[in-house]
Write a protein that binds this ligand. Structure first.
Ligand SMILES: *Cc1c(COP(=O)(O)O)cnc(C)c1O
Length: 376
């Protein structure tokens, strides 16, 4: 909780649920990462928090942008981004959207299949392309495995094809999984990419770029290593596998940039029990899985909570959202406890909710409005 957000909530008393994003924290996060990884070019993963003010602030700081759709490309260009600093990083794109991106000046594209490469060759001729490879995502709380990437063997063949088709085979990307807690994952992945550089050099393709994706954490309920440790792990992996021939380095942080910049204020709507003999209270909030907290799916992301009664005695709870869908339970197995003094109408603050909330919120399920997000 920053002083600025505290003051805003105290003075303005916005209706709940409400996400307040402190742009100064986003700026600090960008500056820290830039200071810790000066060799890397930062492409903010727009999906983490696509609020125009967030994009504008990062653009002013010199950030580049990792986008996934035509909509995100138009958003960042509207906020003043130079298309030369925009990557179309989704491996799954309509050819019409590739053509639109190309017409708008985007020249950097991801792919992980031959069919996608053919679309790029036709509709984004001469562009720099990078191939995403599969990695395991072990240790990640929100894995991004299986759906994206191809095997290294396939990546090698596709990069040769890319050159044959008149594209610029620029480099290789991976994503170790979001909220990655195992620092060893980068060394494994970077090692695989370095091997691909060697294999392709023998086939006369000189790769020039490694894209390390995201995976840097926000601080949720469990402790995570400091960002310094992540930066060291990344650079150690690069030096270890590339020696002095360091390629261009791209990173695509989303969660670590926006996560701890946001505080979601919610109100307790109901406290009840299913049976008098039960010890667990059900706490129903005015925010749930469909209004921004989608990452509580399978209780994957475990947010920290603040209540007005912190410090007092606590008891186990099941936390749920307000909608008429039984999937709208936030935490049942994750052993959350809240103060016994908690009352209906109390405000609860859900910490580090700046990433993957606003944009996940449904349009109007059950008549509940999308998550109101205010950047300050
Ligand atoms: C979602 C995503 C990111 C951001 O990942 P974080 O773990 O939130 O930093 C980066 N790159 C790609 C390709 C992504 O899909």
């Amino acid at each position: 909780m920053t002083e600025k957000i505290r003051r805003f909530l105290d003075e303005r008393r916005p209706a709940t649920p409400c996400l307040v994003v402190d742009l100064d924290v986003i700026e600090d996060n960008y500056s820290n990462l830039h200071r810790l990884l000066p060799a890397a070019k930062i492409f903010y993963a727009v999906k983490a928090n696509p609020m125009p003010d967030v994009v504008a602030r990062l653009n002013a700081l010199g950030s580049s942008f990792d986008t996934a759709s035509r909509g995100e490309i138009e958003l960042v260009l509207d906020q003043g981004a130079d298309p030369a600093n925009v990557s179309f990083g989704n491996t799954i794109k309509k050819e019409t959207d590739i053509a639109t991106a190309y017409a708008l000046g985007v020249r950097l594209f991801a792919f992980d299949s031959e069919a996608e490469l053919e679309k790029l060759a036709r509709s984004a001729p001469g562009s720099r392309v990078f191939c995403r490879v599969l990695v395991e995502c072990e240790g990640a709380e929100w894995p991004l495995s299986r759906k994206f990437g191809c095997t290294p063997q396939m990546a090698a063949d596709l990069m040769v094809k890319a050159r044959e088709k008149g594209l610029d085979p620029y480099g290789i990307s991976f994503h170790v999984g979001s909220q990655q807690t195992d620092l060893g994952q980068w060394d494994k992945a970077v090692g695989g990419v370095a091997s691909l550089f060697s294999i392709l050099r023998e086939r006369d393709v000189e790769l020039r770029m490694i894209n390390l994706g995201g995976g840097f954490p926000a601080k949720y309920r469990a402790d995570v290593p400091p960002l310094e440790a992540y930066a060291a792990a990344v650079m150690d992996a690069i030096y270890n596998h590339f020696g002095n021939a360091i390629p261009d380095i791209i990173i695509e942080p989303g969660r670590s940039m926006a996560g701890d910049a946001g505080i979601l204020q919610t109100e307790v709507v109901l406290i009840s029990k299913k049976d008098e003999a039960e010890d667990k209270r059900w706490i129903y909030l005015d925010v749930g899985k469909f209004s921004g907290l989608a990452e509580t799916m399978d209780e994957a992301i475990k947010y920290r909570l603040r209540t007005p009664h912190d410090g007092g005695a606590t008891a186990p709870v099941i936390l749920a959202g307000p909608t008429c869908d039984s999937a709208d339970i936030l935490y049942e197995k994750a052993s959350y406890e809240l103060p016994v003094d908690l009352k209906i109408g109390d405000k609860i603050e859900i910490l580090a909710t700046g990433a993957y909330t606003t944009s996940y919120s449904s349009v109007n399920f059950n008549g509940f409005a999308p998550l109101n997000t205010i950047c300050i």
